[in-house]
Write a protein that binds this ligand. Structure first.
Ligand SMILES: [Cu+2]
Length: 147
């Protein structure tokens, strides 16, 4: 019983805080209404390929699952900018062994029929296997060379 009262009190306090926070936010948002219309445009800009970006088709029509192109040559320390285009299904652009200067794996997801930008900077020379995780068994693989 005691515990329940505390929970209710905490919940009420939290809700009051929320109301206060929302109230303030709503007032700020009321003035620049056009900003709301501008938001999707920003998303579209993010989807725009960077200058000099390489377009990669993640093809999946007629049960042919391939990267197009499927062989890449990049340079150590040079930023790679790719535009990944899914033909119709969910794909990934995965090179788990390729190390980047950010210390991350190269693993991008592309939603069905969508386009995704991928940028990374390879930090180590080598030849790396590229795979699409859901379609690796179907031959959706490639090679990334870093020189
Ligand atoms: Cu795939």
């Amino acid at each position: 019983m005691f515990k329940k009262t505390i929970a209710v009190t905490v919940l009420t306090a939290f809700m009051l805080l929320l109301v206060a926070a929302c109230g303030g936010g709503a007032k700020e948002e009321a003035t620049p209404k056009p900003a709301a219309t501008k938001a999707p445009a920003t998303t579209a800009e993010t989807m725009m390929p960077a200058a000099g970006a390489v377009e990669v088709l993640l093809a999946d029509k007629n049960n042919v699952y391939i990267f197009k192109p499927d062989t890449f040559t990049f340079k150590v320390g040079q930023k790679v900018s790719l535009v990944l285009k899914s033909e119709g299904q969910f794909h990934t652009f995965t090179a788990n062994d390729l190390t980047t200067t950010e210390g991350k794996k190269v693993d991008a997801q592309v939603l069905a029929g969508a386009t995704a930008n991928l940028e990374f900077t390879p930090s180590k020379a080598g030849t790396y296997k590229l795979t699409c995780l859901p379609h690796e068994a179907l031959g959706m693989v490639g090679t990334i060379k870093v020189e």
